[in-house]
Design a protein around this ligand. Structure first.
Ligand code: MN
Length: 196
């Protein structure tokens, strides 16, 4: 993965004269790495799960959103790296533009990489290259340890996002439906769509 060109794909897909999304450059958060989950109603509704790794946001589209039930494995389809500023983006991408539709910041916070291999800690970029990472989320909605694992299902590059068993696991909590609002504005995706 060429680090310098990591955002080229992101930038090439967008016309920054038309969309209010950030053009973006590599950056770094102040202390702990961040995560963000953006609810995005584009061609189809999905949740964009993003983790800060080496100055960019590694990204996956999760159609059903995360589940706190460790038995529910959620499909996560890798998408292009996004710039760090994207973590604060909430608004409407114009119709006809790439990803056109409303976006809200559904959850955000920091994470701690807990990936180990043979008892040794594995840096996040290596963990993702190898296809398996575990991390502890400290978000408003999501907490505890989660796993992202590459799974060759259906022939494509597909990953699974799964809650690991710990005190934050909860098979009954349906947070995608019970907590639909943005954690930065309190707005629902429908409100963002109608207000902008
Ligand atoms: Mn998206």
């Amino acid at each position: 993965m060429a680090k310098t060109s990591s955002l080229k794909k992101y930038q090439s897909k967008r016309d920054f004269k038309k969309t209010s999304e950030p053009r973006g450059k590599r950056g770094k958060s102040n202390s702990e790495p961040i995560f963000v989950i953006q609810k995005h109603d584009a061609t189809s509704l999905h949740y964009d799960f993003r983790l800060e790794v080496d100055g960019v946001l590694k990204s996956w589209a999760v159609p059903k959103g995360p589940s706190t039930n460790p038995r529910e494995k959620r499909l996560a389809v890798p998408t292009e790296d996004h710039p760090m500023e994207y973590a604060g983006f909430e608004g409407v991408i114009p119709e006809g533009e790439y990803g056109g539709g409303p976006v809200i910041v559904w959850d955000n916070g920091t994470y701690r990489n807990t990936t180990e291999h043979k008892g040794e800690p594995v840096p996040m970029n290596q963990a993702l290259d190898r296809g398996h990472a575990t991390f502890e989320l400290e978000g408003h909605k999501l907490q505890g340890e989660w796993a992202l694992t590459r799974a060759h299902v259906g022939g494509g590059n597909r990953w699974l996002l799964v809650k690991m068993k710990d005190s934050a696991a909860d098979a009954r909590r349906k947070l995608v439906s019970s907590e639909p609002e943005s954690v930065i504005s309190g707005r629902t995706i429908e409100q963002v769509e109608s207000e902008e």
